[in-house]
Design a protein around this ligand. Structure first.
Ligand SMILES: O=C(O)CCC(=O)c1ccccc1C(=O)O
Ligand SMILES: [Mg+2]
Length: 324
């Protein structure tokens, strides 16, 4: 038997994240703790309901109805409608039960991608991130008018140093015509031989428009990565079955069961990019462990630093645990 305990948390972004879905400034989540024969394991439930996972309230309801002592069976039979819970519980379980001695490639050997702010703020932000050692950047598009963003984009490609990789993330916010224009523009920029490499456009169209994205990926040299379309394992499996062989963005914290994710990635050898949901160090460590195991093409992981009002994560966590 395993003892189970949990703590809800709330943290504020500094600055807030701006995407086509709107502004996001508060991250609510749950840290869980499993104890078995004096071994302690932590896990994190960090849902993003606007991205297709359960809500924090649904996750809290699930935690509240569980007994104080739980079995392995409970952990491995969490329903698919609670993918962030599947991740949190299974990674806490792994934290105590296995993998302690398994040698995996150190996560530090995977490059990190840093997020640039939407709009023209990107133009004055990349320099300090480049100084910190980042050479892959992701810029949010579909936030402002396309004409404005294209102008900023041209400027960015002129100033970014050579060999930098740039990802554009539309969060499903482009129309079909706009997506064509972006892909055409990226192809043109690449053909003119500027130093920067446009690595891909992430989720140009809404999640259900897979066929159109498949079409677009045939028309243009610039790659497309799915993100919202493959937010959880069920969607990932569906898109794969429907023939998507482009890039898959995987956010382990909301994808669902880590063991099932491992199995899927290993079986199908997908081209995966691992990405954060702005979880705490607890979820981040579990997600990066999966990234280290499963990043076949060693694409940069989207776990670049993000700033919180609370600076020291370890202290913050200890305080969270002792507070109640
Ligand atoms: O993937 C990254 O590089 C950073 C993480 C990121 O962009 C993100 C973080 C939380 C929610 C959605 C997204 C997204 O990719 O759209
Ligand atoms: Mg994305």
């Amino acid at each position: 038997m395993t003892q189970f305990d949990f703590r809800p948390y709330r943290r504020r972004f500094k600055p807030p994240l701006q995407t086509n879905h709107g502004v996001w400034d508060v991250r609510d989540g749950i840290i869980i703790r499993l104890t078995s024969n004096s071994n302690v394991g932590y896990g994190e439930i960090a849902p993003i309901s606007w991205f297709g996972s359960e809500t924090v309230e649904q996750a809290l309801d699930f935690c509240r109805q569980l007994p104080k002592e739980i079995s392995e069976e409970i952990i491995f039979s969490i329903p698919d409608r609670l993918p962030a819970c599947q991740f949190g519980f299974e990674s806490a379980w792994e934290d105590i039960n296995c993998c302690k001695n398994v040698q995996i490639a150190p996560t530090t050997s995977l490059p990190y991608s840093a997020l640039l702010p939407a709009g023209k703020a990107a133009l004055s932000t990349w320099q300090s991130l480049a100084k910190d050692g980042y050479s892959t950047f992701k810029w949010k598009i579909g936030v402002y008018l396309i004409a404005e963003e294209l102008a900023i984009f041209h400027h960015l490609t002129e100033v970014l140093p050579e060999r930098v990789k740039l990802r554009l993330d539309a969060n499903g916010g482009l129309s079909y015509d706009e997506a064509n224009l972006w892909l055409y523009t990226c192809d043109r920029v690449m053909a003119t031989g500027v130093g920067v490499e446009i690595e891909y456009i992430e989720q140009p169209l809404a999640r259900e428009n897979l066929t159109e994205m498949q079409e677009l990926s045939c028309y243009y040299a610039t790659a497309i990565a799915l993100d919202e379309s493959v937010a959880n394992l069920t969607q990932l499996e569906t898109c794969y079955q429907q023939g998507w062989r482009g890039i898959f963005t995987i956010k382990p914290s909301i994808a669902g069961s880590p063991s099932r994710l491992r199995k899927f990635c290993q079986e199908h050898k997908i081209d995966a990019v691992f990405s954060s949901v702005f979880e705490t160090i607890v979820g981040k460590q579990a997600a990066l462990k999966l990234a280290a195991e499963l990043s076949l093409n060693r694409r940069a992981v989207g776990f670049g630093v993000h700033h919180w009002l609370e600076e020291n994560e370890q202290t913050w966590l200890e305080q969270l645990w002792q507070a109640c």
